[in-house]
Design a protein around this ligand. Structure first.
Ligand code: SF4
Length: 54
């Protein structure tokens, strides 16, 4: 399975959760004021918070 929207800002954000399905993966936003599944790829977001390194 290939990575969905590798260029999306969400992939570097603390609010994202990766939701795996059989053949794809969804980027779910857990920031409470934003839609869970907004249009991708996100290139700019006023709620972006960099995720801490694992
Ligand atoms: S806050 Fe913005 S950048 Fe972060 S996961 Fe949600 S939509 Fe993506």
């Amino acid at each position: 399975m290939s990575e969905s929207f590798p260029e999306s800002l969400c992939r570097r954000c603390t609010f994202v959760r990766l939701v795996k399905a059989a053949r794809t993966e969804f980027l779910m936003c857990t920031e409470p004021t934003l839609p869970k599944y907004g249009p991708q790829p996100v290139r700019a977001c006023r709620r972006f918070v960099p995720a801490s390194p694992a």
